[in-house]
Design a protein around this ligand. Sequence first.
Ligand code: PLP
Length: 273
Amino acid sequence: MKIWLDGGLQDSGSARVSVFDHGLTVGDGIFETVKTVDGATFALTRHLDRLTRSARGLGLPDPDHDEIRRACAAVVEANPVPLGRLRITYTGGHGPLGSDRGEQGPTLVVALGGTTRRADSTAVITVPWTRNERGALTGLKTTSYAENVVALARAHQHDATEALFANTAGRLCEGTGSNVFVVLDGEIHTPPLASGCLAGITRELTVEWTGAKETDLPLDVLERADEVFLTSTLRDVQGVHRVDGRELPGAPGPVTAKAMRIFTERSGDDLDP
Ligand code: PLP
């Protein structure tokens, strides 16, 4: 497979990043996952804008959008797949252990992965660990994902594919790699950004296109919601048929199914060839 590194395409088997890259040693990095459909990227401008917000939050230099667009186009062209996910990783770069930042400027890698379609519905669990809605990294898409890795492993132990967090105030927040929506009396709600969740691109579009309300919700709303669904670049809109021990028969329910339809229809508009 061809990936982008050091300003050009390279073979993934021989591409090299320093073992002292700060993305590796201290998780000083940010990333984006961008969907590709038949070689076209989905909502790339929104992803690049979020990458810049994350870079500024971490104090990294602004990423070069033109280079990343060129990199995405080159990687997609070199690895043609009907459905793919481009992973853009941007780190503090190579530098001595203990130093604040790499010395030679940031490392940019663009690679392709995730070519499978997700099921229409899935099972989720809640975890006892909390998202910090006031942390230095809140809302930034950083590569410091170990907490999500641990929570996701717990989900897999329970035959689920996602783990949902509350924030430190006990309010519903998000999943390890997705945003969460609930349906109450026919209305769609999702936690506000103040809950500490990531400003998911799929969440943003779903709110825009379905009129979902941003509502501060207690975690136990999951025990009474009529429907629950997840959104992310990897899942698009995906129904939930079990939350912890609670079954939601017939998922995706009618409101979720409509949101899925709207998302599929409208998302064609956001493809930049
Ligand atoms: N929340 C977290 C923590 C994530 O990592 C992600 C995506 O990776 C999302 C939400 C969903 O964001 P998006 O829809 O932009 O993929």
